[in-house]
Design a protein around this ligand. Structure first.
Ligand SMILES: Nc1nc2c(ncn2[C@@H]2O[C@H](COP(=O)(O)OP(=O)(O)OP(=O)(O)O)[C@@H](O)[C@H]2O)c(=O)[nH]1
Ligand SMILES: [Mg+2]
Length: 374
């Protein structure tokens, strides 16, 4: 690279010199105003000093001078740069070039900022929305892709409700069989056993006109007897209070003339084998024809699984899914019977006795799961 300094009265003249000597490819490295002539600074003239450079080419004369090179501005743009460090008057072409560069940089920055904004607000598409409708409704993935794989591609609730109803046929059962029924209600603490029993009693006794009696084996919890006594009084049903397995047996026998005897039991943790064994003694004494296991839909899948596993010692023959109103979805109505192998007998959806209960027919359950009125 050859670098040379030019002085002239005006920038145009300095540029002309630079072009003449270094050629059209020369670039301005620097320009400034300098004082020239005069005595002790008096009477000096202001001139423009321009430093320009050009790449070496074979046919151009060599100059020995070398200097470090600042950022260049092209000279061949007819007029020069607004000089580095200088106060040279504006040079339109060079300015236009740098302005267009700045515009380009600004536009790049704007684009970049858009990209950054998008990245910051980017949320990967929820995997939920990619899931089959059945799974979105709360049916466990393995059941949806296993036993219910025929329904996995159905993305229309109405269609799914009817297809699911078909599949649910084998997983629901009516509450009563023929003949006299002694039904024990079992389950973990607070899942709604007593409330469900009261709802069932109202359905059987008041709606179906069956002769019904109640026995409670829950004398453990303070207020438990009073809770059932209140329901019994309102419905006009007899209530026996059993403090021991023998008293359960006696209470059931006392009502041998009834169509239905409902036995309420104490809520016990599925984690206490000892309490479950004790409970088993009370239940066996009542010789129930049926035992309904209450499982709350509002409990986690893992807890539900444990309840099913541990309460198996009480030999339940049907499952009652409670508190579906407190659950995020109604998938339990499918998951629990499929997992336990026990048919669903009813589901409950609120505290209101006797209204918040549905007996489990396949269409109604499928309708509840899919939120389609059947
Ligand atoms: N949201 C809702 N609450 C319910 C339902 N069933 C019962 N409950 C409420 O759950 C609470 C416990 O109900 P209980 O019937 O006493 O439950 P439990 O299983 O008998 O309880 P323990 O005898 O103490 O083991 C009460 O406040 C009921 O009103 C239901 O389907 N939905
Ligand atoms: Mg109770």
């Amino acid at each position: 690279m050859r670098i040379k300094t030019f002085q002239a009265d005006t920038m145009q003249d300095a540029l002309a010199q630079a072009r003449a000597e270094l050629g059209e490819d020369a670039v301005v490295l620097n320009s400034k105003h300098v004082k020239a002539g005069g005595v002790l600074g008096l009477g000096a003239l202001t001139r423009v000093e321009l430093m320009a450079a050009v790449d070496d080419v074979a046919d151009q004369p060599q100059t020995p001078k070398t200097e470090s090179i600042p950022h260049p501005i092209a000279v061949n743009s007819k007029a020069a740069a607004t000089a580095y460090g200088g106060t040279v008057s504006a040079q339109p072409a060079a300015i236009a070039e740098s302005e267009s560069e700045i515009r380009q940089i600004r536009s790049d920055l704007r684009n970049l900022s858009e990209v950054v904004k998008k990245l910051l607000t980017y949320q990967p598409q929820s995997t939920e929305t990619n899931q089959p409708l059945l799974v979105r409704l709360g049916v466990d993935d393995d059941i949806a892709r296993g036993e219910l794989s025929d329904l996995i591609d159905i993305d229309n609730s109405v269609e799914l409700a009817s297809a699911l109803a078909g599949k649910m046929q084998a997983f629901v059962a009516p509450p009563l069989h023929s003949g006299r029924q002694v039904i024990a209600i079992v389950g973990p603490t607070g899942v709604g056993k007593t409330t469900t029993l009261a709802k069932l009693a109202a359905k059987f006794a008041i709606e179906q006109g069956k002769k019904t009696a109640l026995v409670t084996a829950d004398t453990y919890r303070i207020g438990a007897v009073e809770q059932l006594r209140t329901y019994a009084r309102i419905m006009g049903l007899p209530l026996e209070i059993a403090l021991s397995p023998d008293e359960v047996s006696a209470g059931v026998e006392k009502h041998s003339d009834k169509d239905i005897v409902l036995i309420d039991t104490v809520g016990r943790s599925q984690r206490s084998d000892e309490h479950l064994a004790e409970l088993a003694a009370f239940i066996m004494a009542g010789a129930p024809t049926q035992t309904y296991l209450c499982v709350a839909a509002s409990q986690s899948r893992a807890v539900q699984a444990e309840v099913i596993e541990k309460f198996a010692v009480l030999s339940p023959n049907k499952i009652a899914v409670t508190k579906i109103d407190e659950s995020l979805d109604r998938g339990s109505l499918v998951n629990l019977p499929f997992r336990s192998g026990l048919p669903l007998v009813c589901s409950t959806m609120g505290q209101n006795v006797p209204h918040d209960i549905e007996f489990a027919d396949a269409g109604t359950m499928a309708g509840l799961v899919t939120e389609v009125v059947q």
